[in-house]
Design a protein around this ligand. Structure first.
Ligand SMILES: NC(=O)c1ccc[n+]([C@@H]2O[C@H](COP(=O)([O-])OP(=O)(O)OC[C@H]3O[C@@H](n4cnc5c(N)ncnc54)[C@H](OP(=O)(O)O)[C@@H]3O)[C@@H](O)[C@H]2O)c1
Length: 271
């Protein structure tokens, strides 16, 4: 059996790849940059050049593939249904998808695909914390407009749940809300990061608009920036409430933020 992983070099995709390889599965990783991917992904993974944002270029990538993992990247909504149709026509019999934060055309196409599917609905990724690394290392400061709790989930747990849904029976038609084991405010995360960074880190409050402009300065559109900062301004119940699904599906506790911080300690210390 072969699984095609899209978004394979990304925050969650590379953990899907690692977990499938760990379980002895044959993995084909789709990437726009196979050379860079070869440095990030385990050896033995078949690297295929391309992007799932252009389904009409995926002919060879879908040959002999039984299972497909979809990461919803920006711009995929327009072509998602075509991607799913081509995959099913090529013989794919099971699909997992990490939602794009809402149930859009890609997620709907997967649910209507006629084959087995599982939708992962992770709340906030712990990897978002890496956006703080620059100011923490340079100034010992984090600037955020809000200090509300978030039940952040470790991206490796998202990958592990996807691998289980791809390889084990009994997950078809399931929608998995994924959180970490504790709702944490930015202040609480900063206290944990201060431990691993070996320095006191302070939280400086900025305005909502300053946060939107900062996100736009990284190339994000006004609409997307308003959506993301708006999400932090009014967290949903799902994003602040711990859900036991990770532990139920994996049969072990969800990874903690302390574990994540220890794994990424070097990113928060001067080089
Ligand atoms: N961050 C959060 O808190 C959060 C929470 C819930 C849901 N989500 C959703 O999770 C998804 C992102 O997952 P992620 O963080 O694992 O992804 P990511 O790190 O952004 O990686 C996406 C990968 O997709 C590949 N790719 C192919 N075509 C692309 C394109 N046109 N644009 C961008 N990347 C492309 C890239 O790999 P190559 O360069 O190797 O081709 C990239 O490594 C988004 O839909 C987001 O809305 C995020």
């Amino acid at each position: 059996m072969t699984t095609l992983v899209t978004g394979a070099t990304g925050n969650t995709g590379r953990h899907v790849v690692a977990e499938l390889v760990r379980r002895g599965e044959r993995v084909r990783a789709l990437t726009r940059d196979p050379i860079a991917a070869a440095r990030r992904l385990p050896s033995g993974v078949e690297l295929v050049s391309g992007t799932h944002n252009e389904p009409d270029t995926l002919g060879a990538a879908l040959d002999g593939v039984d299972r497909l993992h979809v990461t919803v990247t920006s711009g995929l909504a327009e072509v998602g249904p075509d991607l799913v149709k081509r995959a099913v026509d090529a013989g794919v019999r099971r699909i997992t998808v990490v939602w794009g934060g809402a149930v859009g055309p890609v997620e709907q196409a997967v649910a209507a695909s006629g084959v087995e599917w599982t939708r992962l609905e992770p709340q906030e990724f712990m990897s978002n914390t890496l956006t703080w690394a620059g100011t923490i290392v340079a100034e010992g400061v984090v600037r955020e407009p809000y200090d509300f709790p978030s039940a952040l989930v470790h991206e490796a747990d998202i990958g592990a749940v996807a691998a289980v849904a791809l390889l084990d029976d009994g997950h078809s038609g399931q929608v998995y809300n994924l959180t970490g084991p504790a709702p944490l405010t930015p202040s609480e995360r900063i206290a944990i990061l201060s431990e691993v960074a070996g320095r006191d880190i302070v939280l400086e409050r900025i305005t909502h608009e300053q946060a939107v402009e900062r996100l736009m300065s990284t190339g994000v559109s006004r609409a997307d920036a308003d959506y993301v900062i708006g999400w932090y301004a009014a967290p949903t119940a799902d994003s602040t409430t711990v859900d036991p699904t990770v532990e139920r599906v994996l049969g072990r506790p969800a990874r903690t933020f302390e574990q994540w911080a220890a794994e990424h300690a070097a990113r928060f210390r001067p080089a």
